[in-house]
Design a protein around this ligand. Structure first.
Ligand SMILES: Nc1ncnc2c1ncn2[C@@H]1O[C@H](COP(=O)(O)OP(=O)(O)OP(=O)(O)O)[C@@H](O)[C@H]1O
Ligand SMILES: [Mg+2]
Length: 240
């Protein structure tokens, strides 16, 4: 049942006429061609598409990691492309949890410090609190015992879980996940999906991209991306 005027029904992410063209040696390459997409709070979305379809590009446009060519991307009331470099990093850290396709963990830092760095950068927690919070997050992905190891000493599935814990560092409303189970065996994938389900139950919004069609059954809304365009969308479940 929908409640009237509830904030629940306000879009959390609004993308309109989004175009991303990469300049390459072979000429311009249209990675995203006029994407329109509205995401509501609490949605669990899977964007499925083949390699090269534009999935990582879409995540990079939502997170502001890379510049759009034209169009609009609004996340939680913020026009992402209007933020400057410093403002953007801070804003991203507080509002989005991004799980990168290649994890992007810092090799010189322990697992715990990979997480506290993300917290301290945004200054969300008081001095000294971030260590405790980071340990809680590592515990939630069952990695507390490895907290003081560098990423090189843990497995791929464990790195994936650290990347999730770090994405949650500042308790963001939105989680963007790029092939979160791409390199994992099925048992490890199950633990990742169990974490995602828990986050959805807590009211988080997740947009996950993958080439794996079987992920469709995991999510509540499936969007298909092909050659830089949305070719199908099962539609919002929570939206009005
Ligand atoms: N920095 C870049 N410069 C030039 N072209 C790029 C760049 N990044 C991506 N592309 C091209 O844009 C298109 C979309 O790439 P993208 O990385 O978004 O695909 P993807 O769907 O994430 O693929 P995969 O499943 O392999 O990760 C591809 O044709 C790719 O070669
Ligand atoms: Mg990709």
């Amino acid at each position: 049942m929908q409640t009237n005027n509830s904030k629940e029904n306000q879009p959390l992410i609004r993308i309109e006429a989004l175009v991303k063209t990469y300049e390459t040696n072979a000429g311009p390459l249209d990675a995203l061609k006029a994407i329109d997409l509205t995401v509501y709070p609490g949605e669990y979305i899977g964007v499925i598409g083949k390699s090269g379809a534009g999935k990582t590009t879409l995540i990079n446009m939502i997170s502001g990691v890379d510049k759009i060519t034209s169009g609009w991307v609004n996340v939680n009331g913020t026009e992402v492309q209007e933020l400057n470099e410093d403002g953007l990093a801070q804003w991203r850290g507080l509002n989005l949890g991004v799980i990168y396709q290649s994890f992007n963990l810092l090799p010189m830092l322990s697992l715990r410090d990979n997480i506290t760095l993300a917290m301290d950068f945004c200054g969300k927690y008081q001095q000294g609190k971030s260590e405790k919070k980071a340990m809680e997050l590592l515990e939630s992905v069952e990695l507390a015992e490895h907290a003081h190891k560098p990423p090189a000493y843990i497995s791929g599935g464990q790195k994936q879980r650290v990347a999730i814990a770090r994405a949650l560092a500042n308790d963001p409303a939105v989680i963007l996940a790029d092939e979160p189970t791409g390199r994992l065996d099925s048992a490890t994938s199950e633990t990742i999906f169990a974490i995602f389900n828990r986050l959805i139950d807590q009211g988080k919004t997740i947009l996950m991209v993958s080439h794996d069609r079987t992920l469709s059954r995991r999510v509540e809304r499936v969007i298909e991306l092909a050659d830089g365009q949305i070719v199908s969308d099962t539609g919002a479940v929570h939206g009005s």
